[in-house]
Design a protein around this ligand. Structure first.
Ligand code: ZN
Length: 292
């Protein structure tokens, strides 16, 4: 699907300013719209219908000519949202991942948080804090509206778009106690790369039919489809909204497919120098390098 001009709407964060990513380059939205949109990326995500209407008439010139791939790899992009009010994550949300962990898929969404200070950009390095640091490629949902008590049928109306994410995990810290402590174990510095941009839901295609892949040093470790999710994006959004108020810019990490390090026999964990590439069809690629 595409806009009336046949161009997907993709929003990225460049130096805390919302930019529209096009094939030919990016547009600084606040400058191009005389302040009507942005510069705060979160405010743009909350006004996508108005942005689409404006884009149908306006013909803003590129602020800078650069290909999307070069921009994603440049290290200049930050996390699309830097200070969300809430970051949710869902555990064991792919049937085949639950199986590799030796666990039964949960009967209701298993929710934890990644604290917002762990967010980082699509080409940022991340520190390896322990010898049990693991990867999890994930589809990330970006909210675009305030909402409570959504039905499953109406849930996607509150979603601005989708991006790629990594739910990096310190398994030692996560599993240190009983019961397990997910949230801290997944919130070290740099443990939540997202991006490279938000692709609006209208342009991203069916969120339950996206190919999701993770490569470690060029070797494919995860290669799956979001069709394997236990709870769909709409079901997760509706479930959360029955308890909390969802707000523009909130993020939901929707769980990881099989092939995480902990699931290998024997387990494989990340070490300094490792290169992690996370890709979702149509949404782009993250490239993050582990450092000491
Ligand atoms: Zn996860």
């Amino acid at each position: 699907m595409a806009t009336s001009k046949g161009v997907a709407v993709r929003i990225a964060n460049l130096n805390d300013r919302a930019v529209l990513v096009r094939e030919s380059g990016f547009v600084d939205l606040a400058a191009a719209s005389d302040g009507r949109f942005g510069p705060d990326p979160r405010s743009v995500l909350a006004s996508l219908p108005a942005l689409r209407a404006w884009l149908a008439d306006a013909s803003p010139a590129d602020t800078e000519s650069i290909s999307p791939d070069d921009l994603a790899r440049s290290g200049r992009l930050g996390p699309v949202v830097t200070d969300p009010s809430q970051v949710f994550a869902v555990g064991l949300n792919y049937r085949t991942h639950a199986a590799e962990m030796g666990l039964t898929p949960p009967s209701q969404p298993m929710i934890f948080t990644k604290f917002p200070s762990s967010l980082t950009g699509p080409a940022s390095d991340f520190r390896v804090p322990s010898e049990t640091t693991d990867w999890e490629a994930e589809l990330v949902v970006v909210l675009g509206a305030r909402a409570r008590h959504l039905s499953v049928d109406a849930a996607l109306d509150a979603v601005a778009g989708l991006c790629v994410g990594q739910d990096l995990s310190d398994r030692g810290l996560q599993m240190a106690g009983s019961p397990a402590q997910f949230s801290l174990g997944k919130s070290h510095e740099g443990f939540a790369p997202i991006g490279p941009w938000v692709t609006t839901l209208d342009d991203a295609g069916d969120p339950q039919d996206l190919r999701i892949e993770c490569r470690l040093n060029g070797v494919v470790r995860q290669d799956s489809s979001t069709s394997d999710m236990v709870f769909t994006v709409a079901e997760i959004v509706a479930y959360l909204s029955r308890v909390v108020e969802l707000r523009p810019g909130d993020l939901i990490f929707t769980g990881s497919p099989p092939g995480v390090g902990q699931g290998q026999r024997p387990p494989v964990f990340l070490a300094p120098g490792d290169v992690l590439e996370t890709t979702i069809s149509g949404l782009g690629r993250l490239r993050n390098v582990a450092t000491p």
